[in-house]
Design a protein around this ligand. Structure first.
Ligand SMILES: *Cc1c(COP(=O)(O)O)cnc(C)c1O
Length: 374
C-alpha cells in the first residue's frame, strides 16, 4: 500500500467541471488582475472568517508583510512571534525592517506561550504575531490582553488554520489582522500562490487595498509606497468554488484525526510516541497537519522506516528559527527556546488529508507499531 502525505487529485476531480467552467469564464473575459471574481471571494472569505474586512493578496507571506506595512513598521521596532513556525512569519518581520523577538511555545499546542510573550515586551515592542500552527488556534485571550495593555497590534498567522476557532470565534477575526495562505497544500489551496488578509475595521481594509496596489489611492496618485500584492482572478475563481467544500474537508480531517487517536493509543500508552493534543481552551482544530511526537531520539529513524513503506511523512519544522543562519545576527543560541527545540527533534506529520482512507491509516499505525517492535 502507498500512503502519500497529501494527494490533491481527489478533491480536484470532485470539482473539476465547475472549476474549469469558472476558469474558462475568466479566460473569455481576458481580465486577470483583481476585478469581480476577487471582490466576490473577498466578500465570501470575510463572512467565512467572521471578520470586518478581507483583501485578497499574492500569498500568505505577503499577507503578513502588507499588514506590517500598513502599520508603518520601522527599523528598531520589535515584533514578538513564535520560533516554531514556517519561515515566512519571521521573514515578513525582517522584510518590513523590524526585529523579530521570539517567545517560546506551549508544549501541548506548539503555539506561542502568552506567559513567555509577556516576558519579551519592551518599550520597542509594536506587535505580536501568534501562529495558529497545524490548524489549532493559539491562546488568543491573554495575547489580546497583553496587546491592549501595551498598545500593540496583533496579526494572527492563520495560514494553516482557515476556519479554525478559538472559543467559538474564527481565527483572523480576533486580532487586528489575520494572514491566510492559499498555497496548494493548505486546507484551502489554489492553483498556484495566493493569500488574503482579514482585518477588524473598514479603515484597515481600505489601507490594505491601497498598499496592495503600490500605495495608489487614485489613478497614478501614490500616497504610500506599497507593492504589487494583487490576487489574480483565476485564483479567486478557483477559491470561491473550493471554499464551499472547505467545511466538509475540515470535517474529514477531524474524523481522520480521531481515527488516528484511537489507532495510536497503544503506542502512546507505551510512551514511544505522543498523539497531538487539543488545547485546554475551547477550539475547533482543523488539522492542516496531524503531528505526533516520537520519543527517545527515534524520530528520524521512524521517518526513514515509514518512507521505505511508501508512507509519506514530514518534519514541520526541523530547526527552531532562532538557529537559522540568516538570523545569526539576532544572537540566538541553542538552549534559548527549550520547548521549541525539543519539538523540532520530536515532531512528525502523518498523512491526514480528507480523502485518505481508514485502511491507509491502519497501515500507517501498523507500520509505526512494527518499527517499535523491532
Ligand atoms: C504557508 C505559511 C505561510 C506562507 O504562506 P505562502 O502563501 O506560502 O506565502 C506563512 N505562515 C505559515 C504558518 C504558513 O504555514
Amino acid at each position: 500500500m502507498k500512503v502519500p502525505l497529501l494527494d490533491l487529485c481527489p478533491q480536484y476531480n470532485s470539482l473539476k467541471d465547475e472549476i474549469l467552467k469558472e476558469i474558462a469564464e475568466v479566460c473569455d473575459s481576458q481580465r486577470f488582475i483583481l476585478g469581480a471574481k476577487v471582490e466576490k471571494l473577498e466578500e465570501e472569505l470575510k463572512i467565512y472568517c467572521q471578520s470586518a474586512g478581507c483583501v485578497g493578496v499574492t500569498s500568505g507571506s505577503d499577507a503578513l508583510l502588507i499588514a506590517l506595512m500598513v502599520e508603518q513598521i520601522k527599523p528598531g521596532d520589535e515584533i514578538i512571534t513564535s520560533p516554531f513556525t514556517f519561515f515566512a512569519t519571521v521573514g515578513a518581520i525582517v522584510r518590513a525592517g523590524a526585529k523579530p523577538v521570539f517567545a517560546d511555545i506551549d508544549p501541548v499546542t506548539f503555539n506561542i506561550d502568552p506567559v513567555k510573550v509577556a516576558e519579551k515586551i519592551t518599550p520597542k515592542t509594536r506587535a505580536i504575531i501568534p501562529v495558529h500552527l497545524f490548524g489549532q488556534s493559539a491562546d488568543m485571550d491573554p495575547i489580546m490582553e497583553l496587546a491592549a495593555k501595551h498598545n500593540l497590534f496583533v496579526i494572527e498567522d492563520g495560514c494553516q488554520a482557515i476556519g479554525a476557532e478559538y472559543k467559538g470565534r474564527r481565527v483572523g477575526s480576533i486580532g487586528d489582522y489575520g494572514a491566510f495562505s492559499f498555497f496548494p497544500s493548505k486546507n484551502l489551496g489554489c492553483f498556484g500562490d495566493g493569500g488574503a488578509v482579514t482585518c477588524n475595521s473598514a479603515e484597515r481594509n481600505n489601507l490594505l487595498k491601497i498598499y496592495r496596489n503600490h500605495g495608489q489611492s487614485g489613478t497614478y496618485i501614490h500616497e504610500y509606497v506599497g507593492g504589487n500584492f494583487r490576487l489574480d482572478a483565476l485564483q479567486a475563481a478557483v477559491l470561491s468554488i473550493k471554499l464551499r467544500a472547505l467545511d466538509s474537508w475540515s470535517g474529514g480531517r477531524q474524523r481522520n484525526a480521531a481515527e488516528y487517536d484511537e489507532l495510536l493509543k497503544g503506542l502512546e500508552a507505551k510512551g514511544v510516541i505522543a498523539a497531538p493534543k487539543k488545547a485546554a481552551y475551547d477550539v475547533r482544530h482543523i488539522y492542516n497537519q496531524y503531528v505526533i511526537r516520537v520519543m527517545d531520539g527515534k524520530r528520524d529513524a521512524l521517518k526513514a522506516f515509514l518512507a521505505e513503506k511508501e508512507i509519506g511523512c514530514a518534519v514541520y519544522y526541523p530547526l527552531s528559527l532562532h538557529l537559522q543562519t540568516c538570523f545569526k545576527d539576532l544572537g540566538g543560541k541553542a538552549g534559548d527556546y527549550p520547548v521549541c527545540e525539543k519539538a523540532t527533534s520530536e515532531v512528525l506529520a502523518l498523512p491526514i488529508y480528507p480523502e485518505s482512507t481508514s485502511a491507509q491509516r491502519q497501515y500507517v499505525a501498523d507500520s509505526i507499531a512494527e518499527f517499535f517492535a523491532k
